[in-house]
Design a protein around this ligand. Structure first.
Ligand SMILES: [Fe+2]
Length: 139
């Protein structure tokens, strides 16, 4: 049995719009986890998985726009990480559709990836913008 997936205050990057989207991502992942654990119907899992993938892409798009708007110093590397995850997500989707992996594997992978990416990469966005006196303030 996996640990329940939940947002933690320690994952705050200090930028409200990003934090709120991260909370929604964790919620979507938690919904997927609960449905998977209760052995929900494949159709329900498919719907939640689709939503999660689409929301992830939207969130990355917003985060990247924010970084570009502020000339964030690590933009290229950060975007490359996002792009890799999107590629990985579509591979996982195809594997799951072909019944080559379990949804639990997808949930585990995403929970670890998200926590790591937010704790290291996304937090750095907040740090740089708090330090950058010449930059516009984050919203
Ligand atoms: Fe990010």
């Amino acid at each position: 049995m996996q640990n329940p997936i939940a947002w933690q205050d320690s994952l705050s990057v200090g930028i409200e719009t990003i934090d709120n989207q991260h909370k929604s991502l964790f919620q979507a992942l938690s919904d997927l986890q609960k449905t998977a654990q209760s052995r929900g119907e494949r159709q329900a899992i498919q719907r939640l998985f689709t939503f999660l993938a689409q929301y992830t892409v939207e969130h990355f798009r917003d985060e990247e726009a924010l970084m570009r708007g502020w000339n964030y110093s690590r933009y290229e590397a950060h975007k490359a990480e996002h792009d890799l995850l999107v590629t990985r997500l579509s591979e996982l989707w195809e594997n799951w559709m072909a019944r080559e992996c379990e949804i639990d594997d997808v949930v585990d992978f995403l929970a670890i990836w998200l926590s790591h990416h937010i704790a290291i990469n996304d937090k750095h966005i907040g740090i740089e913008f708090r330090e950058g006196g010449s930059r516009e303030s984050p919203p």
